[in-house]
Design a binder for this molecule. Structure first.
Ligand code: SAH
Ligand code: SF4
Ligand code: F3S
Length: 473
């Protein structure tokens, strides 16, 4: 089944189906991967990463075992992201590399999944130019992976299973989590905001929330397994529940998750549009809801915000920002900003810099606008020169870095709580983890503390991370 852009953008009033038995692996498929290895490479956001955790569990249900080195695996899946052109290019580069690998080892299976697979143009290109691939499946078809693989093995032909639909909520897909201490939990799928630049509503279907009971069950199960932190995931977590018949929303869900007693609760991403006062109160009330909010701005210009379809103004954003800073003690706030939206002027850009100067963010992800096929913004005529866009990005990043360094400097000599996750990437004698406010810290501490939340005295502060030493209680 091939993806279809027209179908992907459709939104109906049809009720979302909650399916608790969609995923199954019949006995005869349970040994299909025995003695064989797999590797899943993830390109996208946290949701994409979490999908990879599902895919890994499915493959292990079929007998495959994990191989760290991609080139050595018998089954390679690229879980892709479609958000910007460079994400695309990386994947097509890898598809080229896979061609050579398949020439050397013709028996391996190489597949593409995730958001790029949902794009009509990509799948057509794969069919035309990259016939060496074995399977392509979309974000709605993960549960069917065992059968897609079976069909490929039997037919020895490229299998494409990409449905473009609003989507269901499937409750029985297994998960093999990358961490033993912190976990992603989907609380909703899809997106209905249709910001004019964004491909996500087309690749992930309509906004559909999971019922609270399933989410709480997952949190309680994680607590039993010793997990310390959960991150509630959705494209607009603040809109949680709006599509359900039940009378609850994100503030209720957050409160119930906090009440389970799990040590740390996080959530991403918050769209400023749906951020309610109730939610702010809940965040402020519970110590185990982390004082860290990712609040994408995108642009500081009201003219551009309108063209983007963001449905808030610069002034509304700043009011929300100030309320959060005032009510949530020591709250860290980060953001996403796009420069060079079609016909963004110097004036528009100055408005963005003005918001950055007012908010003094803890950090930001900044991007140059990338036209995505099928979205309204990609059809807008754009006269801004790439050189100007590059200069704006540079100027913006300088300012962002200045403030993020300043925000971090406040931590010097302070004692903060860090969940120690693993050995540090930069120094194997150090451990690393995140503060409550999501700052990366490299910590001098004994390895036996991995998996625990410990007190750390910050000794050195840099733009991207900090160093610290554990303080014994
Ligand atoms: N749901 C989240 C965003 C998810 S995408 C939200 O609404 O905030 C992550 C970020 O990628 C976006 O915040 C935006 O800054 C950026 N992005 C999305 N589409 C883009 C495009 N076409 N070009 C450049 N950046 C884009
Ligand atoms: Fe994309 Fe906007 Fe939805 Fe975020 S809210 S995923 S930017 S359409
Ligand atoms: Fe990319 Fe899809 Fe996430 S486009 S950002 S992987 S939802």
């Amino acid at each position: 089944m091939l993806p279809n852009l027209k179908e992907a953008q459709k939104r109906t009033k049809n009720k979302v189906k909650i399916i608790t038995d969609a995923y199954k692996v019949p006995e005869y498929l349970k040994k299909i991967g025995e003695g064989k290895t797999y590797h899943v490479k993830t390109y996208g956001c946290q949701m994409n990463e979490h999908d990879s955790e599902n895919i890994k569990a499915i493959l292990e249900d079929m007998g495959y075992s994990y191989e760290e080195e991609i080139e050595k695996a018998d089954l390679i899946l690229l879980n892709t992201c479609a958000i910007r052109e460079n994400a695309h290019n990386k994947v097509f580069g890898m598809i080229g590399r896979m061609k050579h690998l398949k020439e050397e080892r013709p028996d391996i299976i190489v597949g593409i999944c995730g958001c790029m697979a949902q794009e009509e143009s990509v799948t057509l290109e794969i069919m035309k130019k990259h016939k060496h691939l074995d399977i392509v499946f979309g974000t709605h078809n993960i549960y069917a992976l065992p059968f897609i693989l079976e069909n490929r093995i039997k037919s020895k032909q490229l299998q494409i299973e990409v449905e473009s639909k609003e989507g269901d909520v499937i409750e029985n897909i297994p998960v093999k989590r990358d961490s033993k201490y912190k976990a992603w939990i989907n609380i909703m799928y899809g997106c209905d905001k249709f910001c004019t630049y964004c491909i996500v509503p087309y690749t992930r279907g309509k906004q559909r929330s999971r019922k609270m009971e399933y989410i709480l069950e997952e949190v309680n199960d994680l607590i039993k397994k010793g997990y310390k932190e959960v991150t509630l995931l959705g494209q607009n977590v603040n809109a949680y529940g709006k599509d359900l018949e039940e009378d609850y929303g994100m503030s209720n869900l957050l409160e119930e998750v906090a009440k389970t007693g799990i040590e740390r609760v996080r959530f991403v991403t918050s769209h400023p549009w749906d951020f309610t006062d109730e939610m702010i109160d809940v965040i402020a009330k519970y110590d185990n809801i982390m004082p860290y909010i990712h609040l994408p701005l995108q642009s500081g210009s009201n003219r551009i915000l309108k063209l983007m379809g963001r449905r808030y103004t610069k002034e509304e954003y700043l009011t929300l920002y100030n309320k959060l800073k005032e009510k949530v003690k020591n709250c860290a706030i980060t953001t996403d900003i796009i420069v060079g939206f079609p016909n963004e002027t110097e004036e528009d850009f100055k408005e963005t810099l003005d918001v950055v100067n007012k908010c003094k963010y803890d950090g930001a992800f900044t991007f140059i606008f990338s036209p995505r096929i099928g979205t309204p913004a990609a059809r807008m005529e754009d006269l801004t020169k790439l050189e100007d866009k590059n200069n704006r990005l540079y100027e913006l990043n300088e300012l962002i870095n200045k403030y993020s360094n300043k925000a971090n400097q406040k931590y010097k000599d302070k004692v903060v709580k860090v969940l120690l996750e693993n050995t540090s990437e930069k120094d194997e004698n150090m451990l690393s983890g995140y503060t409550e406010t999501m700052k990366l810290v490299n910590v001098k501490a004994d390895k036996k503390y991995i998996g625990q939340i410990v007190d750390v005295k910050i000794t050195d502060v840099k733009t991207w991370s900090m160093d610290g030493i554990m303080v014994e209680k």
